[in-house]
Design a binder for this molecule. Structure first.
Ligand code: ZN
Length: 281
């Protein structure tokens, strides 16, 4: 075969598309759990932030921050190539994590933030067990449903079920997918809440074995529910910024072991389906 023929054959093969292992394309990734906090100053300037994203192939982020000011700034910056999906953080200071669910001032904060017009969700918020049963949490869930907002909830299974109990139409992204909740149980919950539950995978245990290979349980879960998972960095403390490259290297390590279409959904396709269309195409 002439060089030209070989080249044409290679291009044709690339156009048809191989499975995940062969594909050399670098997947765009949507970071669905990004905190850009200012306490009192952000760890990275916008310029540094964009460099970190560029280096890691991050083309979209679910952004929230404490206080919400950094999210406003990200929205105003309109950085080229970065799609920012803003969520309302229901905290003014770190201590609000412990009390927001009984605090009418936080509900007021959510309502005021919402007036900005660009928010797509509320969270990340933390809630455990029966604390989720409070009136203010119900008001928050109803507020979200009425306005088509997603909830990014860091919660245990008991609280998750209470959130759905408040309003079965809630659309919840389960931050950390329950950390260690058994994969079989995760599958049941995804099955029971087909239109309203997604799992975000930062800090989620058990996805890979110690050698970096996907565990059988998670390979199976991704095979059945690749349309229900999102990747996140969870930059809740500055150490997570130091580790940002490693976090996404690990994600890419196991994404590469999945069939290409499953990997694409988890990397960015699901985010696009939830929050799209992406501005500007
Ligand atoms: Zn969290």
């Amino acid at each position: 075969m002439s060089f030209r023929k070989i080249l044409m054959a290679a291009l044709a093969a690339a156009a048809i598309g191989y499975g995940g292992a062969v594909a050399q394309e670098r997947l765009d990734i949507f970071d669905a759990h990004l905190h850009y906090n200012q306490e009192p100053a952000p760890f990275y300037s916008h310029e540094q932030l964009l460099e970190v994203f560029r280096r890691n192939g991050i083309t979209g982020i679910l952004a929230n921050s404490r206080p919400n000011k950094s999210t406003h700034q990200l929205m105003e910056a309109k950085a080229t190539g970065l799609w920012v999906v803003p969520f309302i953080r229901p905290y003014r200071t770190r201590s609000d994590i412990q009390t927001w669910f009984n605090d009418p001032a936080i509900f007021e904060l959510i309502r005021n933030e919402y007036e900005r017009g660009y928010y797509r969700g509320i969270g990340e918020f933390h809630i455990y067990g029966k604390a989720a049963a409070s009136d203010w949490v119900k008001k928050t869930v109803d507020f979200a449903v009425e306005r088509n907002l997603y909830l990014l909830a860091h919660c245990d299974e008991e609280a998750l079920l209470i959130l759905f109990g408040h309003n079965p139409k809630a659309r919840i992204i389960w931050a950390h997918t329950g950390f260690s909740v058994a994969p079989a149980r995760v599958a049941e919950l995804l099955e029971q809440h087909k239109a309203g539950l997604w799992g975000e995978l930062s800090y989620r245990g058990g996805i890979t074995e110690s050698d970096g290979k996907l565990s059988a349980e998670w390979r199976n879960l991704f095979e059945r529910y690749s349309d229900r998972f999102l990747l996140g960095s969870d930059t809740w403390v500055n150490e997570r910024w130091f580790g940002y490259d490693t976090i996404f290297k690990e994600y890419r390590g196991w994404l590469a072991q999945l069939p290409a279409e499953q990997a694409r959904r988890i990397a960015n396709g699901n985010a696009l389906r939830l929050f799209g269309p992406r501005p500007g195409g």
